[in-house]
Design a protein. Structure first.
Ligand SMILES: C[S@@+](CC[C@H](N)C(=O)[O-])C[C@H]1O[C@@H](n2cnc3c(N)ncnc32)[C@H](O)[C@@H]1O
Length: 320
């Protein structure tokens, strides 16, 4: 591995036992469920990157356009020489649109997908040699003790990709409260939020014609096979995603195409034909509802931006 003076890596990756406990808990629950955070092993992160390039998947390109158009305004609000924390940084593509204008002192990407994070963060460190890059592999839903240098700078946070939509609304509020504590009084958060829109557009975004989202969803079962020695048969489960207009959310499921029993680490899990594992929710917000949520979590809204078609939004929030 290349040694870079401006690069540090902290590894708090969740233990395999925690993954096993979550899988057995989720598969014995009625209905069966698994957290979307488990999508992201190295292969899952690569599938997600492929999703972001799909013609049907408008969120990534729309958010990047907003960052490009409003970058200067965003930088004026967030300020310079900060510690810039990115939650769920993935390939760190979006932050590249902001680094030149923001000029942070430290970039701290936090992600659960260890090898993918390491590669993406190292590539930032190589491309920005005067920026200190301090990558943290951790589950951001756990309480994370940030590396010490986090206290030496004012902290701003970036939470792109509408990952906030993966939380149940009440959990989203609790999570934002946690972020507020992390960045401290007066701290600022730039957050990307997907908007309510024509359900057909939403449906297409999660049911792409090339089957990439299906492969991403099914990789969860492959990951369980690989890491926990399970025997899910990949051709016996199918991707199913739909928009629920009452709850304003996309639901992703993996449904069993036959009656079957799956073995995982010595335990047996029965599936009826048509039974599903609920693998993700992606809540869509209106601007008003999101601002209410942000206020309830202790943030003021400083500014927000959306594209002409009102597909996606960015919000600059400040801890009250
Ligand atoms: C939907 S992708 C978004 C990636 C990138 N931020 C973007 O906007 O394109 C979610 C990212 O968050 C990471 N992630 C998901 N759940 C996480 C968790 N609980 N803790 C830390 N990272 C998480 C995933 O590994 C992935 O990189």
């Amino acid at each position: 591995m290349t040694y870079l003076e401006n690069f540090a890596f902290y590894d708090f990756h969740p233990a395999t036992e925690d993954f096993y406990t979550a899988v057995t808990t989720g598969l014995t629950h009625h209905p069966k469920y698994l957290s979307p955070k488990f999508f992201y092993d190295t292969v899952g992160s690569q599938w997600f990157d492929a999703i972001t390039k799909l013609p049907e998947y408008y969120p990534t390109r729309t958010e990047i356009n907003l960052l490009n158009i409003y970058g200067e305004e965003i930088a004026d609000l967030l300020g310079h020489d900060n510690l810039l924390l990115e939650l769920g940084s993935g390939s760190s593509i979006k932050i590249r649109t902001l680094l030149d204008v923001l000029q942070p002192a430290v970039y701290m990407p936090i992600d659960i997908s260890r090898e993918h994070l390491r590669d993406a963060a190292m590539s930032i460190a190589q491309d920005y040699p005067s920026l200190q890059v301090c990558a943290v592999c951790a589950d951001y839903t756990d309480s994370i003790e940030l590396p010490k240098l986090a206290v030496a700078y004012p902290c701003v946070a970036f939470f792109p990709g509408s990952s906030i939509g993966n939380f149940e609304p009440n959990d989203a509020k609790l999570f934002l409260k946690r972020v507020a504590t992390m960045i401290g009084n007066g701290g600022k958060l730039l957050i990307g939020v997907d908007l309510r829109k024509d359900p057909n557009l939403l449906h297409a975004a999660y049911n792409d014609s090339q089957g990439v989202t299906a492969a991403f969803n099914l990789n969860l079962l492959q990951r369980i096979n690989k890491e926990l020695g399970a025997n899910f048969q990949m051709d016996s489960f199918q991707h199913y995603a739909f928009y629920n207009p009452i709850l304003h959310r996309i639901e992703m499921h993996l449904f069993s195409m036959k009656n079957q029993t799956v073995r995982c680490n010595g335990e047996l899990f029965d599936f009826q034909k048509g039974e599903s594992i609920h693998s993700e929710n992606s809540y869509k917000y209106s601007i008003e509802v999101f601002h209410q949520l942000a206020n309830q979590a202790g943030f003021n809204v400083l500014q927000f931006w959306q594209d002409d078609q009102a597909l996606f939004s960015l919000h600059c929030l400040q801890v009250q």
